[in-house]
Design a protein around this ligand. Structure first.
Ligand SMILES: Nc1ncnc2c1ncn2[C@@H]1O[C@H](COP(=O)(O)OP(=O)(O)OP(=O)(O)O)[C@@H](O)[C@H]1O
Ligand SMILES: [Mg+2]
Length: 257
């Protein structure tokens, strides 16, 4: 049965999508069957994997509304051995359309249930908000959330709000929701600030921070414009090695290596 992790942080631009794509690519390289589910109307994960979001006819939107069976929506990249349930701009409407639906918070969880046996890892890429799409992401996070935190000034700002939302979801809907780990992203070792942030985040989330720290790397920023994960674009770059280390740390923690 697949492990399902949700990449979440309502702060924008912290590395959710970059982590979903590149962690997913390395998990696949280590022999895991991986599905990335894009539930962000920005559809960045979809674009990062070389799919034109405007050409996507059926997306996670249809899965959320129960209009299509999820298996029919999946695009498989044979070369990368990576599957994608794409997003499309239409998903922006789901936030509003789902409000009046029964079981609106568990739409995604239910849609993914049928895919559990076909994958080893399902990674969900959330939008930068704490709206209904992200709540669906949290409810579907069967094995926990992975929180990317950017190593910069005010890194912890907003994490209180995220922790509070996770707590609310636990008390109202899903008591077993866990934090699988925090990933430090865009670390720049030349700055004292970055080291302070690492210490601060470790204090805030004791024993929950992944040892693999993702450095700021121009290669990681370039790869999406080629529609490739870092494992295919620049496999010997520092960013690639960091995401490989993260994948191996996750696998080890999951008892899979
Ligand atoms: N380690 C890194 N080094 C350099 N650039 C990075 C790194 N990680 C991410 N980026 C770049 O930073 C920007 C934001 O990253 P990303 O899209 O992964 O964040 P996000 O949290 O998914 O954003 P959003 O909240 O908008 O969905 C992107 O342009 C990405 O290419
Ligand atoms: Mg994103």
């Amino acid at each position: 049965m697949a492990r399902i992790y949700t990449l979440v942080n309502q702060k924008g631009g912290v590395g959710k999508t970059t982590t979903a794509i590149n962690l997913g690519a390395y998990l696949a390289q280590h022999g895991q069957r991986v599905l990335i589910v894009d539930i962000d109307p920005q559809a960045n994960a979809t674009s990062c994997l070389g799919i034109d979001k405007h050409s996507v006819e059926n997306s996670s939107y249809q899965a959320l509304l129960g209009e299509e069976s999820p298996v029919s929506l999946i695009l498989k990249n044979e070369r990368l051995n990576l599957s994608l349930l794409p997003s499309s701009p239409a998903l922006a409407g789901a936030e509003v359309e789902l409000v009046s639906e029964l079981g609106r918070e568990t739409r995604l969880k239910n849609a993914l249930a049928s895919l559990q046996d076909s994958y080893d890892y399902i990674l969900l890429d959330c939008p930068p908000s704490l709206g209904l799409l992200t709540i669906n992401g949290l409810m579907a996070a069967q094995d926990g959330v992975i929180i990317p935190v950017q190593c910069e000034y005010l890194a912890l700002e907003g994490l209180g709000q995220l922790t509070q939302t996770i707590q609310q979801v636990r008390s109202a809907l899903y008591p077993d929701l866990r934090v699988r780990g925090v990933v430090l992203t865009m670390f720049d070792r030349r700055t004292n600030l970055a080291n302070d942030v690492v210490a601060e985040v470790n204090n805030h989330f004791p024993k929950q921070v992944f040892k693999a720290v993702i450095p700021r790397s121009i290669r990681l920023a370039e790869a999406p414009s080629y529609g490739l994960p870092i494992s295919a674009y620049a496999p010997s770059s520092v960013g690639a090695k960091a995401y490989d280390a993260l994948a191996q740390e996750l696998l080890a923690g999951d008892g899979k290596s």
